[in-house]
Ligand binder design. Structure first.
Ligand code: L34
Length: 299
């Protein structure tokens, strides 16, 4: 057996996807219709197209219905809002996901706010963001931070009392990650770092759990990591590589080769956090279906 300090996000995601498939099968056998996710993709962003394909395939394999609605870059904000509104009112739709980023002429905030919070399986709507902060179990938790927490748990990492440092304060990763880690029952002591943080190296070096989500290739170097720390790399950065078949390579926010030897556990990029984002989306979609069925039966 090879001993490794690698966190295998791909394998863990596959395991979760099998679990969701089993739960979905039981749900349908009990007489419910299959969960259904509507995915909205605007424009030709190559990475977005690839992530959305991954989501559709994962849904199909788990027994979750899904449809990807594709629109040209030229769609107006009002047209997109009309699409969202229609999905909000469609009783056969459990989850709605509008893949980001959107073209510049569309205000992402306006579109996210238009999604019915009970169908917001991305957890980006302010109602869900607020529920997460309060610690309400009804919150849809954004898939990337939820996936990171799942990796941390399944690899037996102690969070209670641990010093966690989150690099990056985005609404879709950094902030929800910090809010999750500080929840009762998880009980980490959390610091969020950003471009104005003083003594960044020293702050990072105190972390038992270091989560890098800043979107800068190989930003986290060996001197920023305490020996024995758990390092989670959320970054997906394209760097030019004339030897790679596509002319570029994907690297994370962590200088993996430099950090890996002294870390207790570390996620690779690719096959680390990325696949977990897709697996947790399926979990959220099944949850949305259960909630809708309950709401319908009560009314
Ligand atoms: N609305 N927009 C919305 N929801 C999301 O949850 C996302 N995100 C992020 C971008 N925009 C979004 C994703 O789906 C990032 N993201 C995502 C999903 C899947 C993967 C990466 C990011 C993934 O599967 N990554 C693989 C392959 C990486 C590659 O080769 O490009 C990995 O192994 O990391």
């Amino acid at each position: 057996m090879t001993v490794s300090n690698l966190i295998d996000g791909q394998a863990t995601a596959a395991q979760i996807r099998r679990e969701v498939a089993t739960d979905t099968e039981a749900w349908v056998k009990a007489g419910n219709r299959a969960p259904y996710l509507a995915v909205v993709l605007v424009g030709e962003h190559p990475a977005s197209a690839s992530y959305v394909r991954g989501k559709a395939k994962a849904c199909a394999e788990a027994g979750i219905g899904s449809d990807t609605m594709r629109f040209p870059d030229s769609i107006s904000q009002d047209e997109l809002l009309a699409v969202v509104n229609k999905l909000n009112h469609d009783p056969d739709v459990d989850g709605i996901l509008v893949q980001l980023p959107l073209p510049d002429h569309i205000d992402e905030k306006t579109v996210i706010h238009a999604i019915d919070p009970t169908k917001d399986v991305d957890g980006f709507h302010p109602v869900n963001a607020g529920l997460l902060v309060i610690g309400d179990p009804d919150a849809f938790v954004p898939a990337t931070p939820a996936g990171i927490l799942e990796l941390i748990r399944r690899y037996g990492v102690e969070t209670a009392g641990a010093t966690a440092v989150v690099l990056g304060r985005s609404n879709i990763v950094g902030k929800p990650m910090a809010n999750l880690l500080v929840q009762k029952g998880i009980d980490a002591t959390v610091t969020v770092c950003h471009s104005r943080t003083k003594d960044l190296v020293d702050v990072c070096r105190r972390a038992d759990i270091l989560i890098a989500a800043i979107g800068r290739a190989r930003f986290v170097t060996a001197d920023m990591v305490k020996p024995g720390a758990v390092v989670i790399d959320v970054g997906i950065n394209r760097v030019d590589d004339s030897e790679a078949p596509k002319g570029y390579r994907i690297v994370g926010d962590v200088d993996f080769e430099a950090v890996q030897p002294s870390a207790r556990l570390v996620t690779p990029v690719p096959r680390g956090v990325g696949p977990m984002t897709i697996a947790m989306l399926l979990k959220n979609t099944l949850r949305a279906a259960r909630r809708h069925s309950k709401a319908t039966n009560q009314s």
